[in-house]
Design a protein. Structure first.
Length: 367
């Protein structure tokens, strides 16, 4: 019997199946590329929009005040024009404060995004887990008991945040770090450090305690180039280090076992990211005090604007800058008296914290 036609028919079917598989694979690749392209375009668009918003609010911050200036005069003054009065107002009073607001927001926004992504917990923010409390405890103790001021006071705040971060990490270590355990340990450590702050303030002179209280509220009032330049230099070092360490974020988001299976160095990568985030929060606190809730809300807002883009670090940094700029503008101009910027950010952040806890209770994870 001649089987050649059957063999030829089977061969034809095999070729057709292979061709169909190839077509499906090419289609799948194109779909994935299209999704990635849309995600990248949205990421760039959101980042550009946030940057534009920061520029607009920055311009308003330089224009408005007791002496209102047209934006054209502000721009001319920035480029060396204008009279002596406008140069003093713009270059010495408003510009360092506005730049400091941007830098503080960038530092807190990046810090919160890294903490929340690494620990996979929306409550993992430096102002909630004791990092800012560590900076506050050391800075207030140094200022009220040892009359430390200036750069030495900023260095003490940074030291306090790093020491608190190291203590929280070591106390939460149990053959590795679990996000929920570190958050709980951090909240406990933060409460203990806060009690030290209030004890030191209670034993101090009233005028000194009032000054410390204003700093604890998180304030840009009276800030100048003396606070801006050290923060700019610190961020010039920390932001690139954070970007380098962020290469470990993607595998860590998959879980420790999956990350280790992909060849990632889980604990060293996590430790590097947490160290960078702790230092970012520390330098921001040293410059402006513990400005509350910026690190807590910046990253969730950024992730909602660019869903599916992981930690969204650039967007979180820009969101933090925008929050602090808007809050400081409101603190200066929208209330009968000038408020610390931390009071306004707390007005924004506290309802979000309550909403988050209520949502956790609804799904049965709130305890």
């Amino acid at each position: 019997m001649n089987r050649t036609p059957a063999v030829a028919k089977n061969a034809t079917h095999t070729d057709d199946d292979r061709l169909a598989d190839a077509v499906r694979q090419v289609s799948a690749v194109r779909q994935v590329s299209a999704v990635r392209g849309r995600g990248l375009r949205r990421s760039v668009l959101v980042g550009s929009g946030l940057f534009a918003a920061v520029v607009v609010v920055f311009g308003l911050s330089l224009s408005f005040g007791e002496m209102v200036m047209p934006i054209g005069k502000v721009v001319a003054t920035l480029f060396g024009g204008g009279d002596g009065g406008s140069q003093f107002v713009v270059l010495e009073l408003r510009l360092p404060r506005a730049l400091l607001a941007i830098l503080v927001g960038v530092a807190f926004g990046l810090s919160g995004a890294v903490f929340q992504t690494v620990l996979r917990n929306p409550l993992a923010s430096p102002d909630l887990i004791g990092i800012s409390a560590g900076a506050s405890a050391v800075a207030v103790t140094a200022a009220l008991l040892f009359q430390v001021s200036g750069l030495a006071l900023s260095a003490s705040a940074l030291t306090g945040s790093l020491v608190a971060g190291a203590a929280i990490y070591l106390l939460a270590w149990r053959q590795g770090i679990a996000g929920q355990r570190l958050v709980l340990v951090g909240i406990g450590v933060g409460m203990g450090l806060s009690s030290i702050v209030w004890y030191v303030m209670a034993r101090s002179e009233v005028t000194d305690a009032q000054e410390a209280f204003r700093w604890l509220a998180g304030s840009l009032n009276g800030r100048s180039w003396n606070q801006m330049w050290p923060l700019l230099i610190a961020l010039g070092l920390l932001v690139p280090l954070t970007v380098l360490a962020a290469h470990a974020l993607r595998p860590l988001q998959l879980g420790d076992d999956a990350a280790a299976g992909l060849g990632a160095k889980v604990e060293s990568g996590r430790l590097a990211l947490l160290a960078c985030a702790t230092a970012l929060a520390g330098v921001a606190t040293a410059a402006a005090g513990p400005v509350g809730f910026v690190a807590f809300v910046a990253a969730p807002i950024a992730r909602r604007l660019v869903p599916g883009r992981g930690a969204a670090l650039p967007q979180a940094a820009l969101t933090g800058a925008l929050i602090v700029l808007v809050a400081d503008f409101a603190a200066q101009h929208l209330f009968p008296v000038q408020l610390p910027v931390g009071v306004v950010t707390s007005i924004i952040g506290a309802p979000y914290l309550l909403l988050l806890l209520a949502r956790a209770n609804r799904v049965g994870s709130g305890g």
